[in-house]
Design a protein around this ligand. Structure first.
Ligand SMILES: *Cc1c(COP(=O)(O)O)cnc(C)c1O
Length: 478
């Protein structure tokens, strides 16, 4: 493709992009596709001869698009969103065009320095300690793994980095029962071992019980373990339960344990003064992660890790082979030393575009709109005698089920609700996912899409009511 053709195609593509964004709620949220259906439409061999761009783009529309789940659809209520926005998309276009690899200051000074600045902006706007420093990672999984590795190296004075495990270390990491699977994964990768993740019981709001945490730590110490890290959840994935950060922090301080706060989704809420209570007491913690790529209108991937003492992280990761040395190293931040990967995308650009385009006022307005939509919906649900809300809703994730009073057993209810959710999803108009709370199948309704409006919620609610499982005595299908 020559530059002239690029210009022509790019203009047309922007029109396609704008059309897509304008009409995205007309698509089926999740496609009706069987496994292998897309794979078999793609030729077995790479083309020998270059093909026309028109042919490539036609296949994108004919083969790929029908196989996509439309994550930006306003009625995508599943998982947590990975929402984006127009300024973020524009920045991603620039990032792709510049094609810079931002591993060190010298490989693109602007990328490093913009990253420093926008992370300071967000830190201050979110009420995080003004002395903490941040770095952008690809995902919360990577950020949490990085924090756990730094905790490990702090605890062993960098000896595992140097010599590997001696075999005498018996580290323990603590989290609530509702911990995200990325913590399990981090323990597998870091050599701490998944079986050394201690899952602390939760209270009736699904938040960690600090008294149980302290008890587990004391027992572990008696049994010769080294309590290494507590991962508290500022918004669990199941129901956005908020662990008591302050109390957990006090315990961590008492036993000299690294405290990592996982705020992957809910951390965005801290832009709202009325949500600041969630982070009260975080000053004593060591690290904090949140994903602008979930609820902050910023394209996947973009996860921000803040640290009280970045030198533990940097000492864990830094290596400077001769070919990466520069005479600026003493004066600048080389973000390659702040994480696992060497090569880094220029992710700060999209954050800058989003923050400037919305402004903090615009971001807060969007978040409040989502929270208000959730409040209204909760009132509707509470007014319906067969709908049960299964967990407190501190933000915009509602866990609910159909439960006509005491007619069904737990298994029957689980079966009915799963069937109900699948039926509604099959309509293609909405998309829900589920979790289990105390064994109960709970449909999760997350209201965090950039363009979600009142009528999307109403439509989905009516659809759910319309497809309510039959109230007749229940017979399980074979
Ligand atoms: C989504 C989520 C993660 C994982 O996020 P990735 O960026 O996909 O790795 C971790 N913790 C919590 C609480 C989450 O909700």
């Amino acid at each position: 493709m020559d530059k002239k053709e690029f210009r022509k195609q790019a203009h047309q593509m922007v029109d396609w992009m704008a059309d897509y964004l304008e009409t995205k709620d007309s698509f089926h949220v999740s496609p009706k596709i069987n496994p292998g259906e897309i794979y078999h439409q793609i030729p077995e061999m790479a083309p020998e001869e270059g093909e026309d761009y028109d042919a490539i783009f036609k296949d994108f529309k004919d083969i790929i698009l029908p196989g996509m789940t439309h994550w930006q659809h306003p009625s995508f209520f599943g998982y947590f969103p990975a929402n984006n926005s127009e300024p973020s998309i524009l920045a991603e276009m620039l990032t792709a065009t510049l094609g810079a690899q931002c591993m060190s200051w010298i490989t693109s000074p602007a990328a490093t320095e913009l990253e420093e600045r926008v992370l300071e902006w967000m830190r201050d706007a979110k009420g995080i300690c003004s002395t903490w420093k941040g770095v952008i990672q690809d995902t919360a999984s990577t950020a949490t793994l990085s924090a756990i590795l730094a905790a490990r190296e702090r605890a062993c004075s960098y000896s595992i980095n140097e010599n590997g495990y001696s075999g005498r270390e018996k580290f323990r990491v603590y989290s609530s029962e509702h911990v995200h699977s990325s913590i399990d994964k981090a323990l597998k990768i870091s050599g701490i071992g998944q079986s050394n993740l201690v899952r602390i019981a939760v209270d009736k709001t699904y938040a960690m019980r600090p008294a149980d945490l302290e008890k587990a730590i004391q027992e572990d110490i008696i049994n010769g373990f080294t309590p290494l890290c507590v991962v508290s959840a500022l918004g669990t994935t199941s129901s956005t339960a908020i662990d008591p950060i302050k109390r957990i922090g006090e315990i961590c301080q008492m036993y000299n344990i690294w405290h990592h706060i996982d705020a992957a989704f809910a951390g965005t809420a801290l832009f709202l003064p009325e949500c600041q209570w969630m982070i009260e007491g975080h000053e004593t913690a060591d690290s904090y992660v949140f994903n602008p790529h979930k609820w902050m209108f910023t394209n996947f991937d973009c996860s921000v890790l803040y640290l009280k003492n970045p030198h533990f992280l940097v000492n864990t990761f830094s290596l400077t082979p001769e070919y990466l040395k520069s005479n600026m190293d003493a004066e600048v931040n080389n973000y390659r030393d702040w994480g696992i990967q060497l090569g880094r995308r220029f992710r700060a650009l999209k954050l800058w575009f989003v923050l400037r385009s919305y402004g903090l006022i615009g971001i807060r307005a969007k978040l409040r709109h989502h929270l208000a939509l959730a409040k209204t919906l909760i009132m509707e649900m509470e007014a319906h005698h067969d709908i049960e809300i299964l967990a407190p809703v501190p933000l915009n994730t509602i866990c609910f089920r159909y439960n006509p009073t005491s007619r069904y057993t737990l298994d029957e209810l689980n079966y009915i609700n799963e069937k109900w959710m699948n039926l509604v999803n099959q309509s293609g108009r909405v998309f829900f996912t589920h979790t289990k709370l105390e064994g109960k199948f709970a449909i999760r309704w997350v209201i965090g899409q950039t363009d979600v409006e009142d009528f999307h919620i109403k439509e989905a609610w009516n659809l759910l009511l319309h497809k309510l499982p039959d109230a007749k005595p229940y017979v399980k299908e074979k």
